[in-house]
Every structure is written in structure tokens, then in C-alpha cells.
Design a protein around this ligand. Sequence first.
Ligand SMILES: [Zn+2]
Length: 325
Amino acid sequence: MKEEEIRPEKLFDELLRLNREDIKIYFSDSKNTKINCSACGNEGIFSFNKDGFDFDECKQCKTLYVSPRPDKESFNNYYTNSASSKFWATTFYKATEKNRREMLWKPKAEMILNKIQYFSPDTKKVIDIGGGYGIFIEEFLKISNLKHLVIEPSEYLSKVCKDKGLKVMVKFLEDVEKNDLPNIKKTFVSFELFEHLHSPELFLKVLHDIMDKGDLFIFTTLSGMGIDIQTLWEKSKAISPPMHLNFFNPKSIKILLDTIGFKTLEVTTPGKLDIDIMKNNKEMINDRFWKNYIEYSNEDEKKEMQTFISKNNLSSHMMIVCKKV
Ligand SMILES: [Zn+2]
């Protein structure tokens, strides 16, 4: 898989351009509050400013995060009304839907089924938080007979799911109550949501409250210790505020999960794109080793390096399996 196949450069750059326009509209009057590291609570140190947002890095656990953080209302407004959100949900989505289904969602459905069979084989229901267009659940139901539910706050997206015949709860996670969910063994999943969260801690607390003991939570997010992000740093396109605010890593995410009361069962980085992303942005790499490596290595060597990166928790695409105990 190549980055271009799931994130065509032209569309991606247009998304980032619209995003920069939206920042002026939705964030110029926001109230900003200085925050500590979202993982370990220590004070961070300023690392860089990007598009008007300051990023702090925690010296203890290496979490990278936006601080001062604008108020939640500005984000709600931005996600509901902004041109970049619309562009993402319509133009970008439509142009990449087919490739994303084949290259991302099908393998992800298989991976999640394997995790469930291994860590929680008596799961009866899979609940996708922020399920969007419902493609994960659609693909998952092709290979599993488990019950399902999509929790999706957007009226538009939840209608798309309903039209596909999927079961949907039209709510924000924080409005879901324990009584809304059946008392059977459940696995909750969420994909590429965590990096967007205004308060990852609050999200996990709310989720922990509505889960039953023994329920599983599997999620994917960006790792700030991922090799492409570390190498490109502020020039990394993944560091795109106000969309992406939180960059945990395999070690720091465990600290946060422990604090909330989850037991972390596994952290992996099954990402496949780090080297390709670096190749696509090679003129922005300053590090001598990686700059030369990208030029010097052939395709087979790159492939092998990517396998090493993924295996050693060094990719920027991270998957976490945890449990309420
Ligand atoms: Zn920290």
C-alpha cells in the first residue's frame, strides 16, 4: 500500500489548505487554556508552533500535544460547520472510498476479529464509536456473526449507516448511558478518533463508566514516536491542528489507560506507510541518516525497513487493546 492510494497528494494538500483558512474563522476568538501532558500529567515544554497552535512535548513520556488548548465550543463549531470538515466527509471521502475499503478497512476488520478471538472470545457485540460511514462494521459483518452497533453523533453520517441497514445510536459518547447498552460481553472499537479528542482523559472516563467489567476496548491512533513523525516533526502532515491534537506513543498511552483504570493488554504499531510518507516528503527531512537512506535504499530494502519499524512499535499508526477490569 502507498500513501497516494489512500491520501492522494492533491486532495490532501487541498484539505490542509482549507483547514488553514478554517483556523482563522473558527479559532481566532477561542479561549485557550494551558494544559499539562495528557498522559502523565507532567508539564510539557514548548516544541513548535504550527498554523497558530503551540505544541508542547512532555519530557517524561514524550507525548506531543496542543497547549494552550482552545475551548471545546470552537472545536464543535469547526467540526460541524467548517469547509475542511465538509471537504473531508464528501470530496476526499468519495475519491478514496474504494481504496480505503480495500486497503484499510478489510484488513482492519480481520485484525480486529483476530484480537477479539484472542483477547475476548466470548464477545457478543461490537460497538464502533464514531463509526462514520459504517464501513468498518460493514466489512466486519462479512466475516463475523457478532451483533453490532454504531455510535455516531452526526445526523448525516448516522443516516448513511441506517440506510445501509446498520444499527445506529445517534449520540455523542458522553451522552450514552450504561442503560442504553445491553448487559452482554462487548468489544468497543474506535479508529483514528483519539488524536482528535479535546480531552482524551474525559473520553476514556466516560467510556470506562459505560463499559462492564471484562469488556474490551480496541482503538487506533497516531503515535508521536512514529518514525515519520519524529523525522519530519513540525513538517509532518500528520501534525495538522486543529484536527490532530494528541500524539501519544506506545508507552505513554499505557500510563493514561492505567490512570483511568484500564488494563492494557497489547500495544502494537501495524502501520505500513512510514517509509513511504518519508519518501514523499524527503526534501523536508533534515536528519542525515534518513535523508540518505530514503535515496540510497531500493524498494525491497524499504519494505524490509518498514516491517522492522512496524514490528518494533516504531510506526506512527498505533493499535491498543485494553480491558475494563
Ligand atoms: Zn507525559
